[in-house]
Design a protein around this ligand. Structure first.
Ligand code: ADP
Ligand code: MG
Length: 698
């Protein structure tokens, strides 16, 4: 493929993108290849009014004006802006600059004719454009864009910069390139080439180009789904080969189940049977364990690990965060006390001395179960005899990337545990070729969590109620969507100001007392996070309230926590809210989930939050989430909790998913090891290169 080289370059190879910008861009787009930048698609477009009569223009319109510069008014003090007074035949306009550079001043000599692009504000009879997006000599007015394309932004990245970088790449794309989609399908769907489709989604001509039916988006969605389906099938066939079975010489799993302090649910018993049987068979396992939050997946994982150990093998459990890995360590250790099973933890936070010891014990077979994060993927981590890998809380598509784990043993079984129930209607298409066990039942001793939907205006009442909660010795999660106040120059029109943990922490510390409140977010140091989680999990400690971002979304299990409050709840997807809610209701005490909504709250959003009030069933909520999204409710796919694609959207593209599944089978039938270079490129572009490595190794 001709474009391959360009697409696979790192974003740091772009002009004027140094290490700092690289890291901000990577954060924004989630990956660090040029192609990932191209998958960052605009969310809307704004029409630009071309030289309108000023008095006819609605306030805050984006316009292009031709004007004559009359005078510059320099600020008398640092709080005042720099003003440039301009004349147009339909009225005066003041250009306002709170910060101005000499290069900008030079673009507006007095008496000159200029072309301006910016938002026109009408403030007490004055027409203003604050910080125009472009200023050119009037003769170049035709060079200004006709439509303003808006991208989702992240810290330190501006619209202009992002759009420039994307277009810089688009210009280099060769449109006539090798095709990986079946020619008949391309013809039948009337699709553009891959390169042309990429250009098209970044150059929308009108609002309608943002509809899901846009053929350019559809085509790219198909590319993404095809890559996914090929990856799943490859993994399935490569991993599903036969394995050499060491005769099981123990019944550790059985003993463990008999020693549990509680009765396993029927669903747990069934899933454990399915999994143990497969570990005991000559078929390599690739199985997905789907279970609602709190359904007790961890116990199933432990039983699976013990089965592998019974066969003389080692097991590894991978968690998405260090916090969760630590929690697993203490849970595993507690339930496996006196069993003679050695469980160890490996994360990037280990000292090098600890690490050396763990690595050597792992290699000699002295460790039975290793609990880890992605740190285990590093090449120097080697096992004596790895027989099972459990990948926990992997609802994002990292699944395929994590398959690298199978290279670490000769015959490795894989158990994927999914945090988010996926609607049945999607599951078949998505994972149709994977074996699935389902936990659709909760432990019996649970009380239903009561969910309240409230306006943030009622915060005083909430404080009063929470004070009573803390006095009872119970604990509270307080969730905010952001870490810090959004930067001043962020696109506030897109993202209404969201509540953030830093300010909230300060506020709540005053109300509830400093000792009672702690903060937790992803940017904190590992050791700080550790300490906070430990204090919070201590039933006898002073700490009662954790002000956190969604870092606590997955897996955290603190049974004294009985209240979770979520601010700006309207900003989260239903499945994500359900996950968060699952942090409470983990004991026989009555628990509450308080969903606080902000100012921008419409009927649709009320309806969505009410679904959570009505149901505690993750599978039901996932189905409803899917339906709502179909009815035009716009929640970013990122927040929906569904498997995350960048372009494809399972609501609109389930037709394509079916076709992709069929095509992938056809492809692999004739080319089982995917020797086809073009298709290999497809997989690399969509970040399934580890999947390719698995084949090469296998
Ligand atoms: P999840 O499926 O969300 O990962 P966990 O494995 O963390 O759930 O289990 C949640 C809690 O329920 C744990 O404290 C666990 O000990 C407990 N638990 C699991 N199975 C049962 C059961 N059958 N009866 C009672 N409690 C259980
Ligand atoms: Mg869990």
């Amino acid at each position: 493929m001709k474009n391959e080289q360009l697409f696979l370059l790192p974003i740091s190879s772009l002009k004027r993108v140094g290490p700092t910008l690289t890291s901000f861009l990577t954060k924004l787009i989630g990956q660090n290849k040029i192609f990932d930048l191209l998958l960052h698609k605009p969310i809307r477009a704004e029409k630009i009014l071309f030289c309108p009569k000023i008095f006819e223009v609605p306030n805050d319109s984006l316009i292009i004006l031709k004007a004559k510069v009359e005078s510059h008014i320099k600020p008398a003090n640092s709080r005042q802006p720099y003003k440039v007074i301009c004349y147009t035949p339909s009225g005066y306009v003041n250009l306002i600059f709170f910060k101005i550079f000499p290069s900008q001043i030079a673009k507006m000599p007095i008496g000159s004719e200029i072309a301006i692009l910016g938002h026109l504000q009408k403030l007490s009879g004055e027409n203003q454009i604050a910080h125009p997006q472009e200023i050119l000599p009037a003769s170049q007015v035709e060079n200004l864009p006709k439509i303003n394309v808006i991208y989702p932004l992240g810290a330190a990245i501006s619209q202009k910069f992002l759009s420039q970088k994307i277009h810089e790449v688009l210009e280099k794309i060769i449109e006539k390139d090798e095709e990986w989609i079946d020619a008949n399908l391309v013809k039948q769907q009337n699709w553009l080439s891959f390169g042309a489709a990429l250009k098209k989604i970044h150059n929308p001509q009108s609002e309608s180009d943002f509809l899901p039916e846009n053929p350019a988006r559809k085509r790219l969605a198909y590319d993404e789904l095809l890559a996914w389906q090929i990856a799943v099938l490859l993994a399935k066939t490569q991993l599903g080969k036969t394995k050499n079975l060491t005769k099981s010489n123990g019944n550790l799993a059985e003993k463990f189940l008999n020693s549990l302090p509680f009765e396993p649910t029927n669903a747990q018993t069934k899933a454990i049977q399915e999994i143990l049987a497969e570990i005991n068979s000559t078929k390599k396992m690739l199985r997905l364990l789907q279970g609602d939050v709190g359904s007790g997946k961890t116990v199933v994982a432990i039983a699976a690990c013990l089965q592998a150990i019974s066969q003389g093998a080692q097991a590894c459990v991978m968690a998405p965060t260090t916090v969760l890995a630590k929690q697993h360590l203490s849970y595993f250790s507690k339930l496996l006390e006196n069993s003679g099973i050695r469980v160890e933890l490996l994360t990037s936070a280990n000292s090098s001395k600890q690490k050396t010891k763990i690595l050597s014990d792992l290699l000699s077979g002295n460790i039975n179960i290793l609990i880890s994060t992605h740190a285990v993927l590093e090449d120097d981590v080697k096992f004596f005899n790895l027989g099972l890998t459990v990948i926990d809380e992997q609802h994002r598509f990292g699944v395929m990337q994590r398959l690298k784990m199978v290279e670490k043993g000769k015959d490795v079984d894989v158990l994927l545990m999914s945090a988010t129930p996926i609607p049945r209607s999607l599951m078949m298409g998505l994972y149709g070729d994977m074996d699935i066990s389902i936990l659709n039942e909760k432990p019996k001793n649970r009380q239903e969590i009561e969910t309240l939907v409230m306006s943030e205006n009622k915060i005083e009442e909430v404080y009063q109620a929470l004070k009573r909660t803390t006095l009872r010795g119970e604990k509270i999660y307080w969730i905010c969507p952001a870490i810090e106040p959004s930067a001043e120059n962020s696109e506030s029109e897109i993202e209404p100001t969201l509540s953030n943990v830093k300010e909230k922490f300060a506020e709540l510390s005053k109300i509830f007392g400093e000792k009672s409140v702690a903060i937790l977010h992803g940017k904190m140091k590992e050791s700080e996070k550790d300490k906070v989680m430990k204090d919070f999990a201590n039933p006898h400690g002073d700490l009662r309230m954790l002000v956190a971002t969604t870092v606590i979304e997955v897996g955290i299990d603190v049974s004294e926590a009985t209240v979770i409050l979520i601010e700006n709840a309207e900003n989260f997807g239903l499945s994500q809210l359900h996950q968060l809610r699952g942090r409470v209701g983990r004991s026989d005490k009555k628990s509450f989930c308080i969903l606080l909504y902000g100012k921008k709250f419409g009927e649709n959003q009320r309806h969505r939050l009410n679904i959570l009030r009505q149901s505690n069933d993750g599978f039901f909520i996932a189905e409803e989430d899917l339906k709502m999204r179909g009815s035009g409710e716009l929640v970013g796919t990122k927040q929906s909790g569904f498997p995350e694609f960048k372009i494809a959207d399972l609501m609109f593209d389930s037709d394509l998913l079916k076709i992709a599944n069929k095509q992938a089978k056809v492809i692999l039938n004739s080319d089982p090891n995917l020797k086809n270079k073009t298709l290999q490129t497809l997989l690399k572009l969509f970040n399934y290169e580890d999947c390719l490595k698995v084949i090469n190794a296998g």
